[in-house]
Design a protein. Structure first.
Length: 104
């Protein structure tokens, strides 16, 4: 049976309509990074950016090229920690969040 909508279209629509889902998606990306699963973290973060502010606006905020940001978060990308945390900082600002790490 063929799918009627692509997965990315479905995620993008939900992100735009559901702020709680949007926050959970960003939080999940960061949780993946903190657990050492950088590949999944980059994938989720890339999907989040595409569905929210986009790489062009993020490039403007970070003063980095959108192509450079896309490369950093690609499957072969390996962003420096300062670049990754700068991206997360601006995404938190845009979302109106302040994420914290806590003990279990």
């Amino acid at each position: 049976m063929a799918l009627t909508k692509s997965f990315k279209d479905t995620i993008q629509k939900r992100v735009q309509e559901d702020s709680e889902f949007r926050v959970c998606l960003l939080t999940e990306a960061i949780d993946c990074f903190l657990q050492g699963d950088t590949e999944t973290g980059k994938t989720i973060l890339r999907d989040y950016i595409n569905a929210t502010i986009g790489f062009e606006e993020l490039a403007h905020l970070t003063q980095k090229s959108s192509k450079s940001l896309m490369r950093m978060l690609s499957s072969n990308g390996n962003p420096y920690a300062n670049n990754l945390f700068e991206i997360i900082y601006y995404l938190q600002l845009k979302e109106g969040l302040k994420l914290k790490v806590s003990k279990l």
